[in-house]
Unconditional design. Structure first.
Lengths: 451, 461
């Protein structure tokens, strides 16, 4: 890491001597590990060290970006020149910022020291254990398509001409299993996952149970007759829905007319039972950060309270435009991406009922346990979605037969208004965005298309 | 990019613990993108991504180590990391002599995109952008992008090959949003090619922009699509995403080699209507999914996947070849050095048939006409797929009628293939990015207009 810091300094020194204006280096490095086991043997194994450096410069009020993975001094003039050239063609009139620093920074725990002590051999053995447990869990499990352990750690450095000098590090470990069940000529797969920041989070039984139940329950699942039905989204499925549409809470999307929440701050946008919080300061949250991609301190922000939109999520640029403070939600898709906005740890506040309790309240309808095709069948701008779904029928308040081959369609903005009751069964997404949600009961019937 | 001597040393080191195959992959990729939104140039970014990977096989087990360093010391370290993970007790001294193999480039940039100044590129993007913006008062927002890249690839493997390839890419994207104040609808066009700036010069940029806007405006004034089972006529070009999702992925060694595809063991059997023939052809000149050399240092091929309804081939990479006991078809691809390669599609399409477009529509009593498809996904094990219809119309009494929105098509790949009952003669390709285990790669989908006799359409009840 000291090598990366000194490379950053060299870039800043070069820029100081050769360019005017304000400029910043955003650098990241780290390592990742992945092992996949098949039939008790390593199927694929990969290890990686990476480094990426992004340079941005504000010239005549415009921000230009360039990035590289080649950390040799010879490349520095080319990197700086590319950023300057890019700044020349920018037309966006919005004021841009190279930050000077927040007064203080939170210190959420993001690094599980225990993970450093887990050897490659232990990870391989855990992947083998997952496969073995899944195969032995039920005689209908004929094999495991994938049993994988992944881990990684990374460091982020932000240093700029305004004196900002920040460094943060994080790590994680995770594992998943995809068992395949067969009965007659029918085959089906399931997906189970576990992960976190210590040894205890590698819970093989939990991951296997979920994967095996999913593989077996849907072996004989059938479609239903197309109908308008009451719906419960199970926790993990609703996490996926929130993740798909989390962009509507971005002030950037709103200011560009790409979110229907534009101008709705202070208004009722969801039912009374909906409270959504974004909190970058949680210990061991997958989305936690002490500082965001612009170096602004991470914080806790209540986005929706009892159905009222309290605030959108801001970075420095959009906050300036709206005359408010940044909420510390600046983000980069990767080290080379320009600064955008995303949620940190985004949570739908739970209610009191269990999933069974929600079923009882619903009476007749369907529990959606999985939605797929989110990248194609969901339109983040309009809120419209039409998604392939799996789940269970609910009859007389009791969970019934498994259902597959249906699509559920509706509109996310409407869905927020139609949440009748959130349950108490929190699920935490451990890849993709860090979304947490309980199961939710929807008040208005939804279109479920089947046969 | 790497000295022959160094490659030989790296491969030998990688095989020192008993591996029976080793491969070194080095890549240097420079990308440039300009994007517009709200009627002005919003961002411009240039990035250079350089890295290397060393892969070894022990039978059908594979180990991959990768990183950003491409100097001799870094490459030898990668070889050591890979060798250390080999689960064999053997020690072996490997002596390799590598030979340069020339792959005649299929895709050449006549006007290399990096030789074109940013102002010229910006002006081209603006033509398409403002054509969309000015199409209708309903258009409230447009975003546009022009991205280009040049990727230089070097592969050396223990079969003795050293190969090099240079791959230029360029793509325009225009995304238009129409709104009536209550609801929004969107339309997209994204023509691309493995070529230089001459591809952009050859486009009718204004027509591209207008097309994105037209879709958005048409869908804004569309009613919701009715749900249920019905015949679906799918138009050519990006309509081929149905074949890509419903069949293509299940014909990749990635799923077939592990027994996880519905098409396992079906070579020589009828899997589609006899009107259906399909190929995967990486050897087409300057096409989006083409390349001369696979990412495993092999020559690419035209693979006949289906001939008159009979399954005739799979897309196979080196590891898949070992698993399936079949020869590799040069289908190994990867997004970049951070992924080990696996079998992937290139330009994959249903071949032209003999039916006429007009006959297909007029012979369809009632159904859905999917003029433009959006993206989709598939589970290769069960064959279940879903994809979105970006621009759809109802067909009534053999005529294309009112536009409908919000339709998705869901079904099983092997059922749909058998249900394709008409195939027109107007094959066109469409560009997309395909995501799978070895990352996101450029792929062409394609087909002539086809009719599926019955498929489940998700929409309004």
């Amino acid at each position: 890491m000291s090598g990366l810091k000194s490379f950053c300094d060299q870039i800043l020194d070069y820029a100081k001597e050769n360019c005017g204006g304000e400029y910043e280096v955003y650098a990241t490095n780290g390592e990742s590990f992945r092992v996949e086991v098949l039939d008790g043997q390593i199927k694929t194994y990969s290890v990686n060290d990476y480094t990426g450096v992004s340079f941005r410069i504000k010239k005549n009020g415009k921000m230009g970006y360039a990035s590289t993975t080649a950390t040799d001094c010879e490349g520095i003039p080319e990197l700086v020149k590319a950023a300057c050239d890019n700044a020349e063609i920018i037309e966006n009139p919005d004021e841009q910022f190279i930050f000077t620093g927040s007064e203080s920074y939170p210190a959420p725990k993001q690094y599980g020291e225990e993970l450093d002590g887990i050897t490659a051999e232990e990870k391989i053995n855990f992947a083998k254990l997952l496969e073995k447990k899944a195969t032995e869990a039920d005689e209908r499990i004929i094999k495991v398509e994938s049993s994988t352990v992944m881990s990684g750690k990374s460091t982020v450095i932000i240093k700029n001409s305004n004196g900002l000098d920040l460094c943060g590090k994080s790590n994680f470990i995770g594992a998943y299993v995809i068992p395949i069940a067969k009965e007659g000529d029918k085959m089906n797969d399931g997906f189970g996952i576990c992960g976190g920041f210590d040894r205890a989070c590698l819970d093989a039984d939990k991951a296997v149970r979920k994967g095996v139940v999913e593989a077996i329950d849907f072996l004989n699942a059938k479609s239903v007759k197309s109908a308008s039905m009451r719906v419960i989204f199970r926790n993990s499925a609703f996490c996926d829905m929130i993740e798909t549409f989390s962009g509507i809470f971005s002030s950037d999307a709103a200011q560009r007319g790409l979110s229907m929440l534009a101008g709705k701050e202070g208004e009722k946008i969801a039912s009374d039972c909906v409270t959504l919080t974004d909190d970058a300061t949680l210990d061991f949250g997958f989305g936690s950060h002490a500082f965001d991609a612009e170096g602004v301190a991470g914080r806790r922000t209540v986005v929706v309270e009892n159905g009222v939109l309290k605030t959108l999520l801001y970075n420095l640029k959009t906050a300036h435009k709206a005359g408010v403070q940044s909420t510390g939600n600046a983000s980069k898709g990767g080290y080379s991406s320009p600064v955008g906005i995303s949620v940190s740890n985004f949570t739908l506040t739970p209610g009191e009922k269990t999933l069974d309790g929600l079923c009882e309240k619903m009476g007749d309808g369907i529990i959606i346990t999985e939605v797929s095709g989110l990248h194609a069948g969901a339109n983040a701008i309009t809120g419209d979605f039409s998604l392939m779904a799996k789940g269970y029928l609910v009859e007389g308040g009791k969970q019934g037969r498994a259902v597959t081959g249906v699509t559920v369609s509706g509109n996310f903005y409407e869905l927020l208004k139609n949440i009748e009751e959130p349950g108490c069964d929190m699920y935490h997404n451990i890849y993709g965005e860090a979304i947490s949600s309980p199961s939710v009961l929807i008040s208005a019937p939804m279109s479920v298309a089947g046969e | 990019m790497v000295e022959k001597r160094v490659s030989e040393a790296v491969l030998a080191r990688a095989m020192s613990t008993g591996a029976d195959y080793a491969e070194l992959y080095v890549e240097d990729n420079t990308q440039d993108s300009i994007s517009m939104i709200a009627d002005c140039v919003e961002s411009a970014n240039t990035s250079r991504d350089k890295g290397a990977g060393v892969r070894i096989f022990c039978g059908t087990n594979s180990v991959y180590a990768y990183g950003n360093g491409t100097d001799e010391r870094s490459l030898l370290e990668l070889a050591d990391k890979a060798a250390a993970a080999a689960e064999t007790a053997k020690r072996s001294n490997v002596d390799l002599v590598l030979k340069n193999v020339t792959f005649e480039p299929l895709c050449k940039a006549e006007i290399p995109s990096f030789s074109v100044d940013k102002k010229t590129k910006t002006d081209a993007l603006k033509q398409a952008y403002f054509a969309a913006r000015e199409y209708s008062a309903d258009i409230v927002q447009v975003s546009g992008s022009l991205s280009s890249s040049v990727k230089r690839v070097y592969v050396a493997n223990s079969e003795g090959v050293i190969g090099r390839d240079e791959r230029p890419y360029i793509r325009l994207g225009v995304y238009a949003v129409a709104s009536d104040g209550k609801e929004n609808q969107s339309g997209f066009v994204g023509p691309g090619n493995s070529a230089g700036f001459e591809f952009i010069q050859g486009l009718d940029l204004k027509a591209q922009g207008r097309e994105a806007a037209r879709i958005a405006v048409t869908m804004l004034h569309a009613g919701k699509c009715p749900a249920g089972k019905m015949p679906v006529v799918m138009d050519n070009a990006f309509g081929g995403v149905v074949f890509h999702e419903a069949c293509g992925h299940a014909l990749e060694a990635t799923s077939v080699g592990l027994g996880n595809s519905v098409f396992c063991g079906k070579l020589g059997q009828k899997i589609a209507n006899e009107k259906v023939s399909a190929v995967d052809d990486a050897t087409m000149v300057s096409e989006w999914g083409s390349r001369a050399m696979s990412d495993e240092g092999e020559k690419t091929e035209r693979i006949q996947l289906i001939k008159d309804g009979i399954l005739t081939g799979y897309m196979i990479d080196k590891l898949g070849s070992r698993r399936m006991n079949m020869r590799s078809t040069g289908s190994g691809r990867r997004q970049n050095y951070t992924y080990a390669p696996t079998s992937r599609m290139s330009n994959t399409f249903i071949c032209a048939g003999t039916d006429k477009r007009d006959d297909i529509i007029s012979s369809t009593e009632n159904g859905l006409y999917a003029a433009k498809m959006g993206g989709g996904s598939v589970n290769p094990l069960t064959g279940e797929f879903n994809f979105a219809v970006m621009e759809g119309y109802m067909i009534r009494s053999g005529k294309i009628c009112e536009p409908v929105r919000g339709a998705t098509l869901i079904g099983k790949g092997y059922e749909v293939l058998l249900n394709i009952d008409m195939v027109a003669d107007d094959l066109v390709l469409g560009q997309g990015m395909c995501g799978s285990v070895s990352g996101s790669v450029q792929t062409n989908v394609g087909q002539p207009m086809i009719r599926i006799s019955e498929i489940t359409v998700g929409g309004e009840i």
